[in-house]
Design a protein. Structure first.
Length: 513
């Protein structure tokens, strides 16, 4: 990262780190053996107040990274990493949900999973999707990382696992039926590079050809993004590293945790510029800059963190309005045993819209359409010099707006902890717990908050987000208290309509598979 990038200390977990927290052996997970019973009673899931009511997640079991979100023939398709056998990591497959508005989802069958003796026999890892003109219609291709057990050619260090890039396609308008190419389209990493990982491809159309990035790292040098080119999606030519980072030198068993490997990279155009995102060190980073069309190199200009806590492995898409939409995995912050008991793990973030200021600052907000989920407005109480708002049953939306010339503070009381946001006009600094964000004259201190069962998503002055998990005992969700101060501070709140009739599904209606 550039020396002027934002930084924050924390202990986020990468998806690979979850393997070390499970009581299941890795060989059992990756060979497709059941990791846990998937039969936690529906009544238990339905009555769990920690399950969200307006976030996307499967009806049960484990989920992680968003994969290949795409707007296709008038529908939004979200694919995501999924364990069909239990509520912990393992048996990596691609699950599927469909929406007409990115808010109300209909669950679909699992689209593909591990093929015995195939190039993905030990897991169908993350990837991307692309619609391509084919014959008289459109075909959607998915490129993803297939994993097999191969100690002699391992690309995941010390785990005996080899990663290759695999291709599948669908001619089905509903994208429920897929065919896999029988062999990897990229069977090995580039020769001559001592890589520390090789996964998470992301492809796009570029003139008369296609380009693709793959997450990787170079031993003792740092995480990097490898760039490939193809004319037909089946045959790929390695070009060069798109960009190489700097390793922190603190060797760990997992190179992602020390920055020696970058996961889930993606580069995309936004408002005349380009943005690169990648996951490492338990966090998600962004860089804005220029993609040089002549050299096919990325030249970063500005950068920072996307989120301060429980947000990882994001993926973007364009929507029907050509907006750039960001999705991310919101992992749990509880033990393997607790996830197994609950019968579910993880959720998708709310859809976030990305834009770029002229100076290269990344702007983040949720899609405006989320306001249509608001129901009655909540009453704000005035207590001395404080405004107080309660979000009932750990569910609702709030907004706190201040002035660039006046002090502002907001305290969010989650079970077991406080999240404190404060703004000091003399320094034009907005503080989120220990993290500080410099505001420019055109910025304003502003927090938009969504609380949903066991997650809080805060969008802070449209420049950074904080996604927080919280837990409590029993089957009654507590009210969440917000306290705001400041002479020019305005606090508002709303009840949010659930997007399903129960917590077993996030679908507007249950779709039979």
């Amino acid at each position: 990262m550039r020396k002027d990038d934002q930084s924050v200390s924390g202990s986020g977990l990468s998806r690979r780190r979850f393997l070390e927290l499970t009581s299941v052996t890795m060989s059992g997970c990756l060979l497709g053996l059941p990791t846990a019973s998937a039969t936690v009673a529906g009544e238990t899931l339905r009555n769990d107040p920690r399950r969200p009511q307006f976030h996307l997640l499967p009806s049960h079991n484990w989920m992680n990274d968003p994969n290949g979100p795409i707007y296709f023939q008038g529908k939004y398709h979200m694919f995501f990493q999924y364990n069909p056998e239990g509520a912990v990591w393992g048996n990596m497959s691609w699950n599927h949900a469909v929406s007409s508005d990115m808010m109300h989802w209909q669950h679909q069958p699992v689209v593909f999973t591990m093929t015995p003796n195939g190039p993905d026999a030990a897991g169908c890892f993350s990837g991307s999707a692309l619609a391509v003109r084919h014959g008289s219609g459109n075909r959607v291709y998915a490129i993803y990382t297939g994993v097999v057990r191969d100690k002699a050619h391992e690309t995941i260090r010390n785990e005996g696992l080899k990663e290759t890039q695999c291709l599948a396609w669908s001619d089905d308008p509903s994208l429920n039926v897929w065919k896999k190419h029988p062999v990897p389209v990229i069977p090995e990493p580039p020769p001559g590079l001592q890589i520390t990982g090789f996964r998470d491809p992301s492809m796009w159309k570029h003139g008369d050809s296609y380009l693709m990035t793959v997450g990787a790292g170079i031993a003792a040098l740092g995480g990097c993004v490898l760039l490939y080119r193809s004319t037909d999606l089946f045959h790929w030519e390695y070009l060069h590293p798109l960009i190489v980072g700097s390793w922190n030198g603190l060797a760990t068993s997992n190179p992602v945790e020390d920055g020696e490997m970058w996961e889930c990279p993606e580069m995309f155009p936004v408002h005349g510029g380009h943005v690169l995102i990648y996951s490492a060190l338990g966090k998600v980073f962004w860089q804005s800059g220029e993609f040089d069309e002549a050299t096919l190199m990325f030249k970063p200009r500005r950068g920072g963190l996307l989120d301060l806590d429980a947000f990882y492995a994001p993926k973007t898409q364009t929507d029907a309005q050509n907006r750039r939409i960001l999705w991310g995995w919101i992992p749990e912050r509880r033990s393997n045993a607790e996830m197994l008991t609950a019968g579910w793990s993880g959720m998708m973030s709310l859809p976030r819209v990305l834009s770029l200021d002229p100076d290269g600052t990344l702007r983040i907000n949720v899609i405006p359409e989320l306001s249509t989920l608001r129901r009655e407005q909540l009453k704000v109480q005035q207590e001395s010099s404080q405004q107080v708002l309660l979000l009932p049953n750990s569910t609702g939306e709030a907004e706190c707006t201040g002035s660039i010339e006046h002090e502002m503070s907001l305290t969010l009381e989650l079970p077991g902890e406080l999240v404190e946001v404060s703004y000091a006009p003399a320094r034009r600094r907005l503080r989120v717990n220990k993290f500080e964000l410099a505001l420019r004259p055109q910025d304003r201190p502003h927090v938009r908050l969504f609380v949903d069962g066991s997650v809080a998503e805060l969008i802070i002055s449209e420049q950074i987000t904080l996604t927080r998990r919280f837990y409590y005992s029993g089957n009654v969700a507590p009210d969440i208290r917000l306290t705001a101060t400041g002479s020019q501070t305005k606090l508002e709140g709303w009840v949010i309509a659930p997007i399903s009739q129960d917590r077993l599904t996030t679908a507007a209606r249950i779709v039979s598979s």
